[in-house]
Ligand binder design. Structure first.
Ligand code: HEC
Length: 165
């Protein structure tokens, strides 16, 4: 091959490898200690949208970097909880996708905290974008653990759906 064609061809192959069958969302594969590979997609457009919505609606309570209130573990004198981190350092990754989504849509369970529901302010698509943003802050291994925790066989299982059935 003529030398001057090498570079564009190499870039083309790299770009193909980074794309998820036709879409523009780059996917990376995370190897885990269990030997199961987890695919992680990071949709830059969705993450930017989510970040803007987060700043507008959530940062005031959960912190600019989703670091939460330092005392999130301890109930207040009224028995309520303060905004926890959403950046992967709290307990948020124990919840399934639907549980997180519903928490944002409907707010705190009665008496547990003072988070309002966002069902009149954010569409489901916007909630998904906010989640994509704060999940983009989670380290790869934590993200992989979250996916594995909610996966049986090859299927992503949602605990809250299971409970309803
Ligand atoms: C008025 C303050 C306030 C605002 C605004 C707020 N939250 Fe919360 N959030 C809380 C509090 C307090 C808790 C902890 C109590 C509870 O479990 O409901 C919480 C809990 C959560 C949880 C559960 C985390 C876990 O570890 O189980 C998620 C997810 C969440 N918030 C996401 C969001 C998102 C996304 C937004 C913006 C769309 C938002 N919150 C806006 C106060 C707030």
């Amino acid at each position: 091959m003529n030398k001057k064609y090498w570079l564009p061809v190499a870039i083309g192959i790299a770009a193909l490898g980074a794309c998820d069958s036709g879409s523009n969302t780059p996917q990376k594969t995370i190897s885990t200690m269990t030997g199961v590979d987890v695919k992680r997609a990071l949709d830059a457009k969705q993450i930017v949208q989510g970040e803007q919505l987060y700043k507008e609606h959530c940062a005031g309570c959960h912190g600019a970097k989703a670091e939460g209130n330092p005392n999130w573990r301890t109930a207040t004198t009224q028995g309520k909880y303060l905004p926890p981190p959403l950046n992967g350092t709290g307990r948020e990754w124990h919840s399934s996708r639907t549980q997180l989504h519903n928490h944002i849509k409907y707010g705190s369970e009665f008496g547990k905290g003072d988070m309002p529901g966002f069902q009149n302010k954010l569409t489901d698509q916007q909630i998904t974008a906010v989640m994509a943003w704060f999940q983009s802050l989670w380290p790869d291994q934590l993200y992989a653990e979250w996916v594995t925790k909610h996966t049986v066989g090859n299927v992503f299982v949602d605990e809250s759906y299971q409970k309803q059935q």
